[in-house]
Structure formats: structure tokens, C-alpha cells
Write a protein that binds this ligand. Structure first.
Ligand code: PSV
Ligand code: MN
Length: 430
């Protein structure tokens, strides 16, 4: 047994698909060659995509109204790592884990690190939590944390972030993400400028304590839990703060944290241009911060985001190195199935974006040919690259059909037997 899957499970599940995959791959290879594209180059690129899984993502999510736990939910961070290992074994692009403190605070970080490494995983980043109160905490975050009017609350929030850095350093992480729930529910409740000043002063103390080689990623969100205004509300404020903090501070883009109809691909392009795009929390939405599975509602938007990312990659934009992570709430699905599907969608968008004929697009832009510019993008977006994705996974030792292989493995049933309902690790409503 490895990673909770039986030895030979993946090879056995792949066997019946191999002949068809090879035929489809060969056919697609011929089609792409006619467009001057080398399929092998794309497959190799697909194999290099990396997207981290959040420790909180493998548990069942919930809403403000209810949570309906699924069978075999992980009860502690070790069981979460076991689940992450299954995801990575099947899709082969998710070796990184992003850990939430205190939901998944390890008692012995060195042991947890060794546990993860033994399963082929590593800790990529830490996430602080000053958006809810913990038992025994001296001061409440009800009216804010890093931007609170009371210095004692701000000090406590800073101390928590410093603790995250210490734990993260022991885990081998290289980035720390800060999302705060600070803001106001009513006009007049919060002084807009002073709250941002306080936030920056507090975060400056966290920034000053960043270990060598680390990045600070700041995540904005326009509403929720504060419903009138948030302190870090949009990408412009985020950019301003990242710039004020220093060269190791970056903006993190969560796809669900924008006002309706905001042109997120353009936000991404701007942050790249300004050297401040630190990373992503991928998810999808219909209405707001729905945290649906990546690529499930607006796959074209995801493609357009990757169009900007790949454009920057091919241009060799200096310092361009965003961290990718999934940040979703799995309320009605098996979280492992959602996370695998989402990881595949990230790779798909990346490969499709690599199919854009950039020379042709530049020429359309020069000639102001709007119709052909869009068609150039659509031609890439509508290319079925499933054979590339399947081949990339198979070559890396993963599953051609990850969800089918996972279902065939019986992992969830074994987890349900081994992890009886009752005590549950933190997380849930994200
Ligand atoms: C907030 O909505 C968020 O996107 C942040 O990334 C948090 O860390 C995560 O969800 C979990 O609450
Ligand atoms: Mn997020």
C-alpha cells in the first residue's frame, strides 16, 4: 500500500484506457503539428504544473446555514495529509500543502513534516486565522484583528501571525498568507483611512519577521464577514499594501473575492505588470465567494487568467513566480473528487493557454482585428486537450481517469470505517 491506495491500483485502472489514450494522443499530435505546435512540449509543460491543496479543503465544507459531513472525514492534520497524498498520487500535480493555523496546528511540526515528506508531499505555505476567536484567547476579533482600534488586539493578531511563521519554518514552508475578516457592517463603523493605516502598521511587524526566502501573500476580499466594507477590499488596495510593505510582499488573488463582473484576467495582468502577483486561490462562483470547484462555472474566465499567466511566462517577466492553490468549499461532493477535478482544470487551462498563437494574436491586435483576436483565443480554448492531460498524468505515474480510479480504490469506504463520525478537525465554513 502507498498513499492509502493499493499497490498496482493506478496501473490496473490505467490499463484499459491506454490504447485509446495513445490513439487520441497521436491524433491530437498530428492536428497540433499542422498548427506548428509540438505536443510533446505541451505534455512536458502539463507535467510541470503545480497547484497546492489547502489542509482545510479535504474536510467537508459548509455554509452559514449548515454543514453536512461526509463519510470518513479526516479527524486531524495527519489524516488530512493522508487524503492530500491520495490526491497527489492520482493527479501528480499537487505535492504542495497549504496549512491553516490554528485549524491544523501541529503539536510537533518536525514530525508532521516528516510524515508529509514520507508521502511525497511538502508544506508550501501557512495561513493565519484572525477571523474567528479561539478558546481561551485574551481578546476577541469580533471588531477586527490586525486593524482593530485596540492595540492589544492588534498585538495579539500580530503574535498569532508570528507563531504561524515559526510553525511554517519548522514545516519547511516558504510563504505566509494573510486574509483578515476586518471591516465594517455599517457605514461609519470603521474609519476607512485609519483602519488601513493600522492594518499596514501591524502587517509591517509580520513582514519584518519573515524568515529568509519567504514571501508574504496578502489576500483581499470585498465583503464577508464584513458586509459594508472590508479593510483590504480590492486588488488596488492590496497592491498598495504589498508595495508599502516591501519587495517580499505580494498580492494574492482569490477568484471569489471580487465585485461581480470584475475583469479578473485584467487584474491579473496588472498585478503581473506591477511585479506584485504572488499567487492564486482557485475556485469558481456564480454569485459571490461561492467556493465552487475550479472551472465548473466559468471555464473561459479561468482560461483567460491563464492566458495572462502564460503570456508572462513566455515573455520571461522578471520575478514572475506565482503560487497556485485551490481554495474551495466542498459542501455536497467528496472533497477529494472535487480537488482532483479542480487540479485537472488548472492544468487544462494552462495547456490551452499555451495553445494560443501569440504571434497571430499580436498581429490581430496591431491591425485592431477584434473578431480574429477573439477567434485566436477561442481556437485555443476549444481545443480538446484531454489526451495531453491524460498522457501527462500517466507518464508521471498518475491516473488517466483520477475520479474513476479513486472510486475503484475504495479509499473513501476504508476511510469511513477507520474514521468513525464524531470528533472532527477544524475547518468547515470557508
Ligand atoms: C476567505 O474567504 C478565504 O478565501 C481565505 O483564503 C481563508 O484563508 C479561506 O477562505 C478559509 O477560510
Ligand atoms: Mn482564499
Amino acid at each position: 500500500m502507498s498513499a492509502g491506495l493499493e499497490d498496482g491500483l493506478i496501473a490496473g485502472e490505467n490499463a484499459p484506457h491506454l490504447a485509446a489514450l495513445e490513439q487520441d494522443y497521436e491524433h491530437l499530435g498530428r492536428q497540433l503539428a499542422r498548427r506548428g505546435v509540438d505536443i510533446e512540449r505541451l505534455t512536458e509543460r502539463a507535467m510541470r504544473v503545480r497547484v497546492a491543496v489547502p489542509s482545510w479543503g479535504v474536510g467537508t465544507g459548509g455554509t452559514r446555514f449548515a454543514r453536512f459531513p461526509g463519510p470518513g472525514e479526516p479527524r486531524d492534520v495527519y489524516e488530512k495529509i493522508d487524503d492530500c497524498a491520495v490526491i497527489h498520487a492520482l493527479v501528480r500535480v499537487t505535492p504542495g500543502v497549504s496549512i491553516h493555523i490554528p485549524w491544523d496546528r501541529p503539536e510537533r511540526p518536525a514530525d508532521l513534516r516528516a510524515f508529509a515528506e514520507a508521502r511525497g508531499l511538502f508544506f508550501e505555505s501557512t495561513n493565519s486565522n484572525t477571523f474567528e476567536d479561539q478558546p481561551g484567547q485574551a481578546h476577541s476579533y469580533k471588531f477586527g484583528s490586525l486593524s482593530h482600534t485596540d492595540a492589544a488586539v492588534r498585538d495579539q493578531a500580530v503574535a498569532h501571525n508570528l507563531e504561524c511563521l515559526r510553525i511554517g519554518a519548522a514545516l519547511g514552508a516558504r510563504a505566509h498568507t494573510v486574509w483578515i475578516g476586518d471591516g465594517g457592517n455599517f457605514p461609519g463603523q470603521v474609519h476607512a483611512r485609519r483602519a488601513l493605516d493600522r492594518y499596514l502598521e501591524s502587517l509591517g511587524r509580520v513582514y519584518a519577521a519573515l524568515p529568509d526566502g519567504w514571501r508574504l501573500l496578502i489576500e483581499h476580499k470585498l465583503y464577508e464577514p464584513a458586509f459594508y466594507s472590508t479593510v483590504l477590499n480590492d486588488w488596488g488596495t492590496s497592491y498598495y499594501c504589498a508595495r508599502a510593505l516591501g519587495e517580499r510582499a505580494f498580492s494574492l488573488v482569490d477568484l471569489g473575492h471580487h465585485a461581480p463582473n470584475v475583469n479578473i484576467p485584467q487584474v491579473v495582468a496588472r498585478l503581473i505588470q506591477f511585479g506584485k502577483l504572488g499567487g492564486f486561490h482557485f475556485n469558481d462562483s456564480q454569485y459571490g465567494d461561492d467556493d465552487l470547484d475550479t472551472g465548473s462555472v466559468r471555464p473561459f474566465q479561468l482560461f483567460l487568467i491563464f492566458n495572462e499567466l502564460v503570456d508572462a511566462e513566455l515573455d520571461g517577466v522578471p520575478g514572475f513566480d506565482p503560487a497556485y492553490m485551490l481554495d474551495q468549499s466542498h459542501n455536497v461532493t467528496d472533497p477529494l473528487e472535487s480537488l482532483m477535478t479542480s487540479a485537472v482544470e488548472v492544468v487544462r487551462a494552462c495547456v490551452q493557454a499555451h495553445l494560443v498563437d501569440r504571434g497571430a494574436l499580436a498581429e490581430c491586435q496591431r491591425r485592431n482585428d477584434a473578431v480574429m483576436a477573439l477567434q485566436t483565443l477561442k481556437r485555443a480554448f476549444t481545443t480538446d486537450v484531454a489526451a495531453i492531460l491524460g498522457m501527462a498524468r500517466a507518464r508521471a505515474g498518475g491516473a488517466i481517469d483520477p475520479v474513476a480510479a479513486y472510486r475503484a480504490s475504495g479509499y473513501r469506504q476504508r476511510a469511513a470505517a477507520a474514521r468513525p463520525a464524531g470528533r472532527r478537525a477544524g475547518a468547515g465554513i470557508v
